[in-house]
Design a protein around this ligand. Structure first.
Ligand code: SAM
Length: 344
């Protein structure tokens, strides 16, 4: 990515980091600073430099809460955080002082933000699958990170005043229902006969360094989301789902012959395609579509409209594509699934 392309990503921080005042401020500062832009551009190919630089610094701040910069991070100092308007200069000094450590993080880590609330999108997709099939499916998630969504049926859901899922549950996902239509019955779910994930880099929820990276990817003001992530990861560590390591574009064609073809296959991905280099996104789509050769494919995706329109003004689209039936856009949601709006 050229410096000017990187600059545009940071200049778009007000949209991309809409719910993080600190990152909006820092994004503006980085967009005007060639040294910091060049540092961010050292992220691995295909990785979003703005997410990567913010998370890399956040990781070091979480590791050293005594640093001057930590005073600006609600994730470290809670409500006592300093106003973001004064954070730019300490941020720059911190980056200069930690250059080798930041470069090492940028060159090894990936954007792997695992958002428990996106499990509601899985439930909505599975409900549609239950209505269209005889009630048995195999579940494949592309890009599950640590695998929180692979365990979607372990979490309870509060949606529009209704409660779904196991009771008691180790975690409840509370999501706002933005629709005058009645809340769909999210207990209407198919039986999942098996499940598997495919990720470039499966995250081991049992490893404290890996958990800290996932925490660093959460924006510093989102303390409730961090607590939710920790709860979910504890369950994932105790019940690790099977996740194959590799690029879905290369793995899916051979995986297709190794998973059952006697039941429909639900393939789900959330915020994955947007992290695939643009030149490979069509191949990504084809690799998933190819799975329909042997069985009915129900392809459920929750993706941002595009890198230039991270929230698209109207949210991310929850799409349901059926190799043996009609395609439908089920809902819109914000990037972290704090709200969902029905489209059906
Ligand atoms: C932003 S995270 C989203 C994680 C999870 N889907 C969620 O919504 O909570 C994107 C994930 O996709 C994975 N990924 C990106 N490109 C991939 C590819 N070509 N094949 C498999 N996994 C990929 C990354 O490693 C990362 O774990």
């Amino acid at each position: 990515m050229t410096r000017e392309e990187t600059r545009r990503r940071f200049a778009d921080g007000d949209t991309w980091f809409a719910t993080s005042p600190l990152y909006r401020e820092l994004s503006r500062a980085v967009a005007a600073d060639d040294d910091l832009l060049d540092l961010a551009a050292r992220s691995r190919s295909g990785q979003q430099p703005a997410n990567m630089l913010m998370a890399a610094v956040h990781l070091l701040v979480l590791k050293d809460p005594s640093s001057a910069l930590a005073a600006f991070y609600p994730s470290v100092v809670g409500h006592a955080a300093q106003p973001p308007g004064r954070a730019a200069a300490p941020f720059r000094q911190f980056c200069e002082a930690h250059l080798p450590a930041l470069e090492a993080i940028l060159q090894t880590r990936l954007v792997q933000t695992n958002v428990p609330n996106r499990g509601v999108a899985v439930r909505l997709g599975m409900r549609e699958a239950a209505r269209r099939t005889d009630g048995r499916v195999f579940f494949l998630e592309v890009g599950p990170s640590a695998g929180i969504q692979l365990l979607f049926d372990r979490w309870a859901v509060e949606l529009g005043g209704r409660h779904f899922g196991p009771d008691p549950a180790p975690l409840t996902l509370a999501v706002e229902w933005r629709s005058s239509d009645p809340v769909p019955d999210l207990d209407d779910q198919p039986t999942v006969v098996g499940r598997i994930g495919v990720d470039l880099n499966p995250v081991d929820a049992g490893d404290s360094e890996e958990r800290l990276w996932l925490k660093a990817l959460v924006w510093p003001e989102h303390r409730a989301r961090m607590a939710q992530l920790e709860q979910a990861l504890a369950v994932v560590a105790a019940h690790p789902p099977r996740i194959l390591a590799g690029d879905a574009i290369e793995l899916l064609p051979s995986l297709g012959s190794r998973i059952p073809d006697t039941v429909p296959l639900v393939v789900f991905h959330a915020m994955v395609r947007i992290h695939v280099e643009e030149s490979r996104q069509e191949a990504f789509d084809r690799a998933i579509e190819g799975l329909a050769a042997r069985r009915r494919l129900l392809h459920v995706s929750l993706e941002a409209p595009g890198m230039d329109r991270p929230q698209g003004g109207s949210g991310h689209l929850l799409r349901f594509r059926d190799s043996a039936g009609e395609d439908v856009d089920l809902a819109r949601a914000d990037g972290h699934c704090t709200w969902i709006e029905s489209l059906v």
